[in-house]
Design a protein around this ligand. Structure first.
Ligand SMILES: Nc1ncnc2c1ncn2[C@@H]1O[C@H](COP(=O)(O)OP(=O)(O)OP(=O)(O)O)[C@@H](O)[C@H]1O
Ligand SMILES: [Mg+2]
Length: 290
């Protein structure tokens, strides 16, 4: 679809330095094992992380959204907004290569349309209904992508899963079952799982939905911290107004009736300057907590 390249150019992913410098002694065996992580196509840093041109999404004659054009720059926290049923989760499914566009182009990390059969994807995903497996411990849940994509020995997989849990503030939760976690902790564990394979791009679908305001604010803080400290690019679906202003560098808004993007840019500027009543009403509405 894009002439920019294929997923064939591959190199080893960078080592997770935080593992090596953590207080846990790391054997040279683990360092060697980390090098056996599967190959991921080299990121082409000169291009935006995601580039979408004239995209139409849907199935057969059913067009859900059309003429979608936008870019996600490296290191951004980019939010996808819109009413229920507008197609936010569906757009994510197209961006990660689970569905084929009806028309238009998607380029992820300079490698064209994501080919999920071409090796380790250049992104991690937390789906909206991305529940953890209830019969596995939290650590085992986070370890799943590592089991699936790597030949790392069990000890290395366990150590990486624990490091990812530590990163999201769930130190010591590895042995717990998901049922023993609060809603916010479950979301954090799901984010840890999305980070397991050290992606530079992460998709999060409604990370703070259903959480109380304090847990939601904590999760937003985590998203901002991960983005800033690891340089992660994040695409986040949300319609929580407070979250948008806390985390988003830029956003786009899908409209169900217009079937396209009705606004995009910095949410603060959209709130202050948008002439579109739907957009202005959305950003200026009183939140339920204020
Ligand atoms: N595979 C599919 N085939 C046909 N229609 C689908 C399919 N998947 C989703 N839809 C429809 O697409 C529409 C958009 O769904 P989607 O889940 O993307 O909305 P959303 O914006 O994420 O909503 P919410 O905020 O409630 O999560 C819905 O009407 C849904 O029923
Ligand atoms: Mg959704």
């Amino acid at each position: 679809m894009s002439a920019r390249g294929t997923m064939n150019e591959k190199r080893l992913p960078p080592l997770d330095r935080s593992l090596i410098s953590s207080d846990r002694p790391v054997s040279s065996g683990l360092v060697r094992a980390l090098r056996t992580l599967p190959r991921r196509a080299a990121l082409k840093t000169e291009w935006p992380m995601i580039e979408v041109k004239d995209l139409s999404i849907g199935w057969g004659d059913l067009v859900l959204q059309e003429n979608l054009s936008f870019e996600v720059k490296r290191g951004e926290v980019f939010c996808i907004l819109g009413g229920s049923g507008a197609g936010k989760s569906t757009l994510l499914r197209f961006l990660i290569g689970l569905e084929r566009p009806l028309a238009g182009e998607i380029d992820v990390a300079g490698h064209g349309f994501p080919d999920l059969d071409a090796g380790l994807p250049p992104f991690g995903v937390m789906f909206q209904a991305g529940a953890l497996f209830g019969s596995l411990t939290v650590g085992e849940n986070v370890a799943l992508p590592l089991e699936e994509w790597t030949d790392l020995p069990h000890a290395a997989v366990t150590a990486i899963a624990r490091a990812k849990l530590k990163l999201v503030g769930l130190d010591g939760a590895a042995e717990k079952l998901p049922a023993e976690l609060s809603g916010g902790m479950k979301k954090r564990a799901a984010i840890a799982r999305a980070l397991a394979l050290e992606p530079e791009l992460v998709f999060l679908d409604e990370p703070s939905a259903g959480l109380d305001p304090i847990a939601a604010a904590g999760l937003d803080e985590l998203i901002v911290t991960l983005s800033k400290s690891l340089g992660l690019t994040m695409v986040v679906v949300t319609h929580e107004l407070e979250s948008i202003f806390r985390i988003a560098t830029r956003c786009l808004m899908l409209d169900k009736v217009e079937r396209t993007i009705i606004a995009q840019g910095d949410p603060r500027e959209l709130r202050a300057h948008s002439k579109d009543k739907r957009v202005s009403d959305f950003f200026n509405r009183k939140s339920k907590d204020s």
